[in-house]
Ligand binder design. Structure first.
Ligand code: ADP
Ligand code: MG
Length: 228
């Protein structure tokens, strides 16, 4: 199976070709029709199996051009590094379409992010804390969110984001598609699914998902920082 066998459109196929991605990974192939169907879904596969594109491809495939300011897609991730990474993937995939994506995370100037939201976005990629600050400031409205992705949810709960995630979930219109991706499933994750997801389809590749071979892992020993 190649990406041509998925129901993608020209702009996405061209972007994938530029990235020299030819074959969907197993989780990408499995998730695509399920997410396209509009159902809630939970994807579980180990790190490096391509989960980001597993949700981005069907979401971007269905996102139509719009001039409205309020975002329609919300992607929650645990760290600013991941915000930057996922935002970067979206930018590469939307090279041939006009999708507005914005990254929201703490530790940087909030006013720049307020301006970004004010100018209008289709997709928001965010860490929970800064996102809540922007909601409380009144600049950000969730009334148009149609799809919510919680990526690396196991990591989010490990980092203590439970209360913030629940707080955010309560603010998003209930008529939405919920998607969750994780390397592991545990009781905490299951509880969140039970409380907020509607009949989710499980896409699990725990045993078959192997890291992509092109990932080379290296470790560097670093010395202690010298005294100043
Ligand atoms: P996960 O979220 O499961 O840990 P990622 O989505 O971060 O994995 O993907 C891991 C790496 O594999 C990334 O560098 C990504 O660009 C690359 N990748 C994803 N899908 C494909 C594909 N279909 N073909 C080749 N490389 C891919
Ligand atoms: Mg991931």
């Amino acid at each position: 199976m190649t990406f041509n066998d998925l129901n993608l459109n020209k702009p996405l196929l061209q972007a994938l070709a530029d990235l020299e991605f030819e074959y969907p990974t197993p989780i990408q192939a499995k998730a695509f029709p399920i997410i396209m169907s509009g159902r809630d879904a939970v994807g579980v596969a180990q790190t490096g199996t391509g989960k980001t594109l597993a949700y981005l491809l069907p979401i971007l495939r269905q996102l139509t051009f719009s001039k409205q300011r309020e975002a329609r897609i919300l992607i929650l991730v645990p760290t600013r590094e991941l915000v930057i990474q996922v935002e970067g993937e979206i930018k590469k995939l939307t090279k041939y379409s006009s999708i507005r994506v914005g990254g929201i995370y703490g530790g940087t100037n909030i006013n720049t992010q307020k301006q970004l939201i004010y100018d209008g976005l289709d997709v928001i990629v965010a860490t929970p804390g800064r996102l809540l600050d922007l909601i409380l400031s009144g600049i950000l409205k969730f009334k148009s969110i149609q799809k919510l992705v919680i990526d690396e949810v196991d990591e989010m709960l490990n980092l203590g984001f439970r209360a913030q995630i629940i707080n955010l979930l309560e603010k998003i219109p209930t008529k939405r598609q919920n998607l969750m991706f994780s390397a592991t499933l545990n009781e905490d994750v299951e509880m969140m699914i039970d409380n907020y997801f509607y009949k989710p389809e499980y896409i699990e590749l725990i045993s078959r998902g192997t890291p992509l071979e092109k990932i080379i892992q290296q470790a560097y020993h670093v010395h202690d920082k010298p005294a100043e």
